[in-house]
Write a protein that binds this ligand. Structure first.
Ligand code: ADP
Ligand code: GLC
Length: 485
C-alpha cells in the first residue's frame, strides 16, 4: 500500500549538504518515491543552493504563506525542485529572511527560528495542499518541534487526525538547546506543561528532548546506536528519557546510494573498476598521488580521511599516535575536512612536518571525497560515537579497507578481519584511546604487506551490499506498523 509521507530535513543531498543527514534525506526521498510512496519532503530554500539545472518552479498553491513566532511574522512561499537523478520533487521553503545566509547552519541568534519556520512550513503546506500525511517524519533537533506541534497547535485540524510522527536521531550531539525565553515561540499555543519543567526552571528548552518526548516513533540510524543512546556514555543527557521510551525506539542502518558511490560508475574518477580490476584502483592511486604531490609508490599504503572535523569523529586519538607512527612506519595520509580549529591545526602541522607524506585539504569537495575513496588503500574513522557513519560503507564498495572503532553504525557495518579464516571486511578496535587506534593502524599496515590476505580483505568488503534499495524496507515496515497501530 503506497504511503503518504511528509518529511522535513535541514539538509538534502545534492542540494544542500554538511554531512550524512543530507545523504540520508536525499536517498530516502529517492528510494521511497521509487517504491511508489507519496513523499513530500520540505527543506529550506537556502541561498547557497546552486539552482541552475534543478528545474525549480514556484507552486501556485503554496504562495503567500506565513507563520508568526512570538512577535515576528515570517512570510514564505514554497517552490518545487527536481531531485537530480530521480523523478521525485523536493519542496523548497523560500523564506529569504531566514534562509538567505552564507551557510546552511549559522551561529545567529535566530538559528532555532530558522528551523521552526521550516517545521511550520511542512504543516502549513500540507494544509494548503489538503495533503493528509499518514506519517510526518522529522529529523534531528532542527525539526524536532514537529511532534509537539502535531499534538497541540495543529491537532484541531482533522487533516492530521490519523497522522503519526517519526523523529530520527542522526546526531544526538546537537540538541537545539535554547533560552527558555523562546517558550512562546516553540509552544505556538501549546500548554507550557508540554515542555520539560526542569529544563524550563534551569532557563532552557531542549528541542530534541521535546521531540523525543512526543513523537510516536523514535528511530536512529543503526541498531547498535539504538542501544547505545540509552546509556549514560552515549545518551548525552537523553538516556533517562530514552529508557522510558525504549519501546518506541527502532534502529535502522543507513544505506548507500550506489548510483552515487560505486567505483564501477563514479562520475568523478578517471577510470572505473570492479572487484576483479584492482589494477585500475592502483592506477588511480598513482594518478592521485601525483595530483596531491605525495611521494611513495604502489607498496606504500595510502590512508584516507574525509570528515567533519568535530570531537565526535575521534581525531583527538591521533594527536600523539599519528606523528609517532609516521616516524616508524611507511604510509601516506590524505585528509579532507573542515571544522574545529584544533583538528585543522593538527592536520596542517602534520602536513608541514611530513610534506611528502601528508596532504591536508581544508575545504568541502564532493569530487575530492570520491577520489579519496577510490585512490586510498585504507580509510580511517576512529569515532568517539557514530550513530551510523557512511564513509565506512562507501569505502567497502571502493575496496578501501575501513579502520574503525567498534561503536554505533561502524560496529554494524564493518567486521574485523580474521586472517586465519579469511572472513571480515575491515580493521576494528574497541577502546577509545591512542593505544587502540595505534594497534588498528599497525594491524592494517601489517596486513597490507600480505598481498593475498589483503586482496581477500578488499574483495570481502567490495562484496557487501548496503544499498538503500534494501535498507529502505526497514523504513517502510516501520511506517506501516505505525499506521496500523
Ligand atoms: P556525519 O553526518 O556525522 O558528518 P557521515 O559519515 O554520516 O557523518 O556522513 C558524512 C558525509 O559527508 C559523507 O558523505 C562524507 O563524504 C561527507 N563529507 C564530510 N566532510 C566532507 C568534505 N570536507 N568534503 C566532502 N564531503 C564531505
Ligand atoms: C549523523 C551521524 C552519522 C550518520 C548521519 C546520517 O550526522 O553523525 O553517523 O551517518 O547523521 O544519518
Amino acid at each position: 500500500m503506497p504511503l503518504k509521507i511528509c518529511f522535513a530535513s535541514a539538509e538534502v543531498a545534492p542540494l544542500a549538504k554538511a554531512g550524512g543527514l543530507a545523504d540520508v534525506s536525499g536517498a530516502l526521498l529517492k528510494y521511497l518515491h521509487a517504491d511508489g510512496h507519496d513523499v513530500r519532503l520540505f527543506m529550506p530554500g537556502y541561498a547557497i543552493i546552486q539552482r541552475e539545472g534543478l528545474e525549480i518552479r514556484p507552486l501556485d498553491a503554496l504562495r503567500e504563506l506565513s507563520v508568526t513566532l512570538g512577535s515576528q511574522r515570517y512570510d514564505f512561499s514554497v517552490s518545487s525542485a527536481q531531485l537530480p537523478d530521480s523523478s521525485a520533487q523536493v519542496y523548497l521553503v523560500e523564506c529569504p529572511a531566514v534562509f538567505n545566509r552564507p551557510s546552511i547552519y549559522t551561529a545567529d541568534a535566530d538559528e532555532y527560528r530558522r528551523f521552526l519556520v521550516l517545521t511550520h512550513a511542512a504543516f502549513l503546506s500540507c494544509q494548503r495542499m489538503a495533503f493528509a500525511p499518514q506519517i510526518m517524519h522529522f529529523n534531528d533537533w532542527h525539526t524536532a518541534a514537529g511532534p509537539l506541534l502535531l499534538r497541540s497547535p495543529y491537532a484541531w485540524d482533522r487533516l492530521f487526525q490519523s497522522t503519526r510522527s517519526v523523529l530520527t536521531v542522526h546526531n544526538i550531539g546537537y540538541q537545539g538547546i535554547i533560552d527558555a525565553a523562546a517558550q512562546a515561540e516553540v509552544l505556538h499555543g501549546a500548554p507550557p506543561s508540554m515542555l520539560d519543567a526542569a529544563d524550563l526552571a534551569a532557563g532552557r528548552i531542549n528541542l530534541l528532548k521535546t521531540g523525543l518526548a512526543y513523537t510516536d516513533r523514535i528511530t536512529t540510524v543503526s541498531p547498535t546506536f539504538a542501544h547505545e543512546l540509552r546509556t549514560a556514555e552515549y545518551g548525552m543527557g537523553m538516556e533517562t528519557l530514552l529508557r522510558t521510551r525504549r519501546d518506541a525506539i527502532v534502529g535502522i542502518l543507513n544505506g548507500v546510494d550506489y548510483d552515487e558511490w560505486d567505483p564501477r560508475r563514479d562520475r568523478y574518477i578517471s577510470q572505473h573498476y570492479g572487484a576483479n580490476q584492482l589494477g585500475i584502483k592502483a592506477e588511480l592511486k598513482h594518478e592521485f598521488l601525483q595530483r596531491i604531490q605525495l611521494s611513495g609508490g604502489a607498496r606504500t599504503a595510502l590512508i584516507g580521511i574525509v570528515s567533519r572535523l568535530a570531537t565526535q569523529k575521534g581525531f583527538d586519538l591521533l594527536f600523539e599516535s599519528l606523528p609517532l607512527l609516521l616516524q616508524v612506519r611507511e604510509f601516506n595520509l590524505v585528509v579532507l575536512g573542515t571544522g574545529e580549529p584544533r583538528y585543522e591545526n593538527f592536520f596542517s602541522s602534520l602536513q608541514r612536518r611530513f610534506p611528502a607524506r601528508v596532504h591536508f585539504e581544508r575545504r568541502y569537495s564532493d569530487e575530492l571525497a570520491h577520489w579519496i575513496e577510490a585512490a586510498s588503500d585504507m580509510f580511517l574513522m576512529p569515532s568517539r560515537y557514530e550513530p551510523c557513519g557512511l564513509n565506512q560503507m562507501y569505502s567497502l564498495r571502493y575496496g578501501t579497507v575501513p579502520i574503525v572503532r567498534r561503536t554505533g553504525g561502524l560496529a554494524d557495518s564493518v567486521q574485523h578481519f580474521d586472517a586465519a579464516s579469511g572472513a571480515g571486511t575491515g580493521v576494528v578496535f574497541n577502546d577509545y584511546n591512542a593505544e587502540g587506534v595505534s594497534w588498528a593502524l599497525n594491524t592494517a599496515l601489517d596486513l597490507y604487506q600480505n598481498k593475498a590476505a589483503w586482496r581477500r580483505l578488499v574483495q570481502n568488503g567490495m562484496a557487501q551490499d548496503y544499498s538503500w534499495s534494501r535498507q529502505v524496507r526497514g523504513y517502510v515496515e516501520m511506517y506501516q506498523s505505525l499506521v496500523e497501530s
